[in-house]
Design a protein around this ligand. Structure first.
Ligand code: ADP
Ligand code: 5GP
Length: 214
């Protein structure tokens, strides 16, 4: 089944709910799945590497790429541009890799509106209070940014209804196990299995008389 095409999984959650942590855990524990590398116009944070965490570009370059139709989806999030490259995504899916798109709810809507086949997974923090603790505990954002992220979370949380699956991120390993289970189940869907199943069926009719009694 080496010519199997990969599937696109969208993982969305309010900022701080744990989608990056969970996506990384899923990739560590599951074969043939990777995280899509987005383009962003935001500056790299300490420890982030260009071409690893994101493709960091200037806002002008981002807009050029967007105008040339390079993005499967894009969104402006907290004042910066973010987008998923169409050709990168296509190359990885055609190579048989499943891809996790860790993107916000606006981007997820664009993927669906474009009619691109995808499986949507929405991660929920256990509560608003826990989300606030995680944002603060991450120690990355100044107070104003934390407040902005929490206000956006209030707007985004009901978007869970737009996704195929909802997983509460109470504990990282348990949450990653559930996301992994979704991934594995989706791989066995009949539509995803048709080519492989036809291959098995063909062995039933390959040539007469090559069965056990022949
Ligand atoms: P996101 O990518 O959704 O913005 P992160 O993956 O950066 O969120 O997680 C936000 C913070 O919460 C990080 O400090 C991370 O270590 C922590 N975190 C994530 N999931 C859990 C969890 N299940 N329990 C406790 N802390 C978590
Ligand atoms: P951060 O700056 O914290 O890495 O990401 C901020 C937000 O941007 C997160 O909600 C993240 O999911 C979202 N994001 C990251 N990459 C993309 C992308 O390619 N497209 C969209 N729509 N959102 C993205």
């Amino acid at each position: 089944m080496s010519n199997r095409r990969g599937r696109l999984f969208i993982l969305s959650a309010p900022s701080g709910a744990g989608k990056t942590t969970v996506a990384r855990r899923v990739v560590e524990t599951t074969g043939r799945v990777g995280i899509s590398r987005s383009y962003t116009s935001r500056p790299a944070r300490a420890g982030e590497r260009d071409g690893v965490d994101y493709n960091f570009v200037t806002a002008d370059r981002f807009l050029e790429l967007r105008a040339s139709g390079a993005f499967l989806e894009w969104a402006e999030v907290f004042g910066d541009y973010y987008g998923t490259g169409t050709s990168d995504t296509e190359a990885r899916l055609s190579g048989g890799e499943d891809l996790l798109l860790v993107i916000d709810v606006q981007g997820a809507r664009k993927v669906r509106q474009a009619g691109v086949e995808s499986v949507g997974i929405f991660l929920m923090p256990p509560s608003f209070g826990v989300l606030e603790q995680r944002l603060r505990g991450r120690g990355r954002d100044p107070e104003a940014a934390i407040r902005r992220r929490l206000a956006t979370a209030r707007e985004e949380i009901r978007a869970f209804a737009e996704y195929d699956y909802v997983v509460v991120n109470d504990e990282v390993d348990a949450c990653a196990d559930r996301v992994r289970a979704i991934l594995l189940a989706e791989r066995s869907r009949r539509m995803a299995m048709t080519a492989g199943a036809e291959g098995v069926v063909s062995t039933f009719f390959a040539s007469p008389g090559n069965g056990p009694g022949a």
